[in-house]
Write a protein that binds this ligand. Structure first.
Ligand code: F6P
Length: 359
């Protein structure tokens, strides 16, 4: 009997999506005599609208180091999944496609929102497994999400480059690093690039503390400073706002980066400083996966195939203490993995003089 497996890549792309699909499909082709893999285009959109391709083994060949996703992706917010628009029931449509294609399993490569939808489909009775993708590394229950290390490499190189121009001009740079609501990329890249000031969503900053560190550097003969700021960095004052008010404040920025706000606040306290801002942006998700992401995503893909072959559904592949494993999708759905403000990564960085702008 043919084993029919659907695959989709959902949400923001990242490096190593292709490497993960290659690991999964190669394992299935290798271990199962008769397997058919269906690739849904543009994530859940393809599953909803029967937009798919029947994959061949050669489709997965030579893609281990290719960036992006051979299937395409799109954002289909979890909160809109059950909203019926013009009579179109997305959940019913996805179930219909799954049944029509006679699928035995569906592999979802996704971040937090996509994994919530994967869990919903599992609860609707589909045989789903999840693979943790996102540069943000914020999926609860796994030590690692593929794409993270490649993004950290890019952010680090960018900070390095800012470093030289900042030094030449004796300027202060506030650089925005991606990561959505968490600061994992900023913390890792900030440390790797030697930033003395790292601003994370998990540790609200006081601009006077930030300014004090800049002055301290100036006094010690370092006329320049590169501040690594997470896109979700937040001041102590803003952290006291009710959620709704803070959301409205962010919306009022009209797409402008938080680093503009930080630079303006800093300029008020340090009127003589020459301050510039920079935003790394989507380059952090682009290009080829690095060696770490290629190997870990290959291992994730193999584990995904193993779950499918063992008919162990409703599971998310994870990394725990260096070993690939799996947890229940329902355990991770809706939870974020934050930087621990009291964890050793933060407290040890403080020991060598890094400030997080809080004290
Ligand atoms: O989740 C990955 C991520 O790159 C975040 O770091 C960032 O906040 C968001 O996606 C950007 O989303 P979009 O690609 O929709 O602009």
């Amino acid at each position: 009997m043919t084993l029919r497996v659907g695959i989709l890549t959902s949400g923001g792309d990242c490096q190593a999506l292709n490497a993960t699909m290659r690991g999964l499909s190669k394992t299935l082709y290798n271990c199962v005599d008769d397997v058919e893999i269906i690739g849904f285009k543009r994530g859940y959109y393809g599953l909803m609208h029967e937009d798919y391709v029947k994959m061949k083994p050669r489709d997965f060949s030579g893609i281990i180091n290719e960036g992006g996703t051979i299937l395409g992706t799109s954002r289909q917010p979890f909160k809109e999944m059950r909203v019926i628009v013009d009579g179109f029931d997305k959940v019913a449509a996805m179930k219909k496609t799954y049944k029509k294609l006679n699928l035995d399993a569906l592999a979802v490569l996704g971040g937090n929102g996509s994994l919530k939808s994967a869990n919903m489909l599992a609860q609707e009775g589909l045989n789903v497994i999840g693979l943790p993708k996102t540069i943000d590394n914020d999926t609860w229950g796994t030590d690692y999400t593929f794409g993270f290390q490649s993004a950290v490499d890019i952010a680090t190189r960018y900070l390095d480059e800012i470093h030289t121009t900042a030094r030449s001009h004796s300027r202060v740079f506030v650089v925005e690093v991606m990561g959505h609501k968490v600061g994992h990329i900023t913390l890792a890249a900030g440390l790797a690039a030697g930033s003395d000031i790292i601003l994370l969503p998990e540790i609200p900053y006081d601009i006077n503390v930030v300014a004090k560190k800049v002055k301290k550097r100036q006094k010690s003969g370092k006329g320049f400073t590169v501040i690594a700021a997470a896109e979700g960095a937040i001041s102590k004052e803003d952290a006291t706002l009710p959620k709704k008010k803070y959301k409205a404040k962010v919306a009022a920025r009209n797409g402008a980066s938080v680093v503009k706000e930080i630079a303006t606040q800093l300029q008020e306290v340090l009127p003589d400083a020459e301050i510039r801002t920079a935003v790394i942006g989507h380059a952090q998700r682009g290009g080829r996966p690095d060696a770490y992401d290629r190997q870990i995503s290959t291992r994730f893909g193999i584990e995904g195939a193993r779950l499918i072959m063992n008919r162990s559904f409703g599971r998310l592949v994870v990394l725990k203490q260096g070993e690939v494993d799996s947890i229940a999708l329902e355990d991770t759905a809706g939870k974020l993995k934050y930087v621990d403000p009291n964890g050793k990564a933060v407290s040890n960085a403080r020991l060598m003089g890094v400030t997080f702008g809080d004290k």
